[in-house]
Unconditional design. Structure first.
Length: 120
């Protein structure tokens, strides 16, 4: 179920097929994709500068951890979910309590993650 408010969503994902699938799901949920980043530098730039209401962050981009992106989003007060095939067990200790979207996920899993992350 889509929220009444259209959210601006950042996608941080290095696998282009997965990124396109997430983009489609975001649009189907009635939200807007403000950027898709497949490289750490690009993700950091968007996390620092773009107007974002929510982010989906793959933990590993081509062998580089995305924790700096998560730190930037957290500092800006932007809710996010880590997307990973490893679950919370694949996260560094300080991030283990962060929301995790287990890959592969279903559209309803993504909808629930967005709803939970943006609940006020």
């Amino acid at each position: 179920m889509a929220r009444a408010a259209k959210l601006k969503v950042l996608i941080v994902e290095d696998e282009s097929i997965v990124a396109m699938m997430i983009e489609d799901l975001i649009v189907d949920l009635g939200h807007e994709v403000v950027g898709t980043a497949g490289r750490l530098e690009q993700a950091l730039s968007l996390a620092q500068e773009a107007q974002i209401d929510f982010a989906i962050v793959d933990v590993n981009l081509n062998g580089q951890y995305t924790y700096p992106v998560a730190e930037t989003l957290k500092a800006r007060g932007v809710p996010f979910v880590f997307a990973t095939g490893y679950g919370s067990g694949g996260l560094k200790e300080e991030w283990k309590k962060s929301p995790v979207l287990q890959k592969p996920f279903q559209p309803e899993d993504l909808a629930r993650a967005i709803e939970a992350g943006t609940r006020t």
